[in-house]
Write a new protein. Structure first.
Length: 248
């Protein structure tokens, strides 16, 4: 057995120790060399100075499981088994993969917590008169001859396209993503993109950004720009495309 350099009392449990040994030796987690990993695990237990029997018992239970798996793999296999037997290591591999996923997820959450400690916000200093001002808007005048049903149809069509583009299994597995999109920032971007232009296709402009949240924020930004008078929208024919004109 290879010499081991052990750091004692740093593992949160038997799965944490096993995962450490697998990664340290660069073993394939789907093809664990059970003999070597069992010997290394037991060597660690021999060096432990743990006095808490509740903690120690968890490590001993895992040692017994490893020895049981090792024994099964050493037994001679039937020449023609009636049905294919499951690998004795399969349940252990499933437990390790699940533990690894939650372990690294906790690291990501910890990083988010540390990043949050570095964020400071300035208290609002806008005068109440400005903050409470609301300009009277006639929805019929803003929307013109474009129906809300047509706007909703385009929005739902873009949402369906985003779902079809996404791999339902691999796209989110093992990741924690943070998506921050501000409505005000998207409004500024759209104004810059279309300033001085006419007849911009509503569907094309809305679909420039990928991701469900991006499309939702872009949709709200366009409606807000209509409301505040930076753009107008029109529909030249029944069921035709919705066109946007910049008023800047």
């Amino acid at each position: 057995m290879a010499n081991l350099e052990l750091k004692l009392n740093v593992f949160e449990g038997p799965l944490d120790l096993l995962l450490h040994l697998i990664e340290k030796n660069k073993y394939n987690i789907f093809d664990i060399p059970i003999v070597e990993i069992t010997d290394q695990y037991i060597a660690y237990l021999d060096a432990m100075e743990e006095t808490d029997m509740d903690v120690m018992s968890e490590f001993l239970v895992m040692a017994a499981q490893l020895i049981a798996i090792k024994s099964k793999m050493l037994l001679p296999k039937e020449e023609e088994p009636e049905e294919e037997e499951e690998d004795p290591r399969a349940e252990l591999v499933r437990s390790l993969l699940e533990y690894k996923m939650y372990k690294y997820a906790s690291y990501s959450l910890k990083d988010m917590e540390l990043d949050a400690d570095k964020i400071f916000y300035k208290e609002a200093s806008i005068p109440k008169e400005v903050q409470n001002y609301r300009e009277d808007v006639d929805p019929a005048e803003v929307i013109g001859d474009v129906t809300l049903a047509k706007l909703n149809e385009i929005f739902q069509d873009l949402m369906r396209r985003e779902v079809f583009r996404m791999d339902p299994v691999r796209s989110k597995f093992g990741t924690i993503s943070r998506e921050e999109i501000k409505l005000e920032d998207r409004m500024v971007e759209i104004r810059q993109e279309i300033r001085g232009l006419r007849s911009i296709n509503f569907r094309t402009l809305l679909g420039k950004r990928r991701g469900k949240m991006n499309i939702i924020v872009s949709f709200l930004a366009i409606l807000e720009l209509m409301k505040t008078g930076f753009i107008t929208i029109r529909q030249e024919s029944t069921f035709g495309e919705i066109l946007i004109d910049s008023l800047e």
